[in-house]
Design a protein around this ligand. Structure first.
Ligand code: HEC
Length: 136
């Protein structure tokens, strides 16, 4: 009985680990787009709380991004490779998270110029992934 339970739990974990679907990624992308808006509004309204909330949402969400199950299960090796570009994605994710920290630090210091620069670096990272993964 114990073994069956352990087996069930294991299967459950494995299944949920691989259940990130394309629709989840699209949702996460939309969340990131709105987080970016929120950060920008925080700049315009000079509101640190908005900046903190937006960067927090962005950092949490970018962490979740991974190749969706549909692409992981892609049979053709070359397609799977170009779809995933996992190393590139991980590098970009790391950069975005680092820049969210920079934004808060700079903005708290009253250095809006540097905060804005970190923000535009994030935009560049978003677009780098889009041009490489989506080809537009
Ligand atoms: C790891 C690569 C990667 C990164 C980093 C990335 N994106 Fe995306 N993004 C994608 C892919 C792939 C799609 C296409 C999703 C699909 O249609 O399956 C997409 C789609 C989108 C969409 C369209 C969603 C829709 O409704 O169709 C938006 C908006 C978006 N991304 C915003 C962002 C923002 C903002 C950032 C940066 C904070 C970002 N993305 C960073 C890969 C990335």
């Amino acid at each position: 009985m114990k073994k069956i339970l352990v087996g069930l739990v294991l299967t459950g974990t494995l299944l949920s680990a691989g259940s990130y679907m394309q629709k989840d990624r699209i949702l996460d992308m939309q969340t990131m787009a709105s987080a970016m808006q929120e950060i920008q509004n925080g700049f315009f309204y000079n509101n640190i709380d908005m900046v903190i909330e937006g960067t927090g949402k962005l950092a949490d969400t970018v962490q979740r991004i991974e190749p969706p199950l549909e692409e992981v299960e892609e049979k053709d090796i070359m397609t799977r490779y170009t779809n995933n570009k996992v190393q590139m994605s991980n590098r970009i994710k790391k950069k975005i998270k680092q820049k969210t920290k920079d934004i808060i630090e700079r903005f708290k210091d009253g250095d809006a110029t540097q905060a804005l620069q970190a923000y535009s670096k994030i935009t560049q990272q978003c677009m780098e992934c889009h041009t490489q993964l989506r080809k537009w």
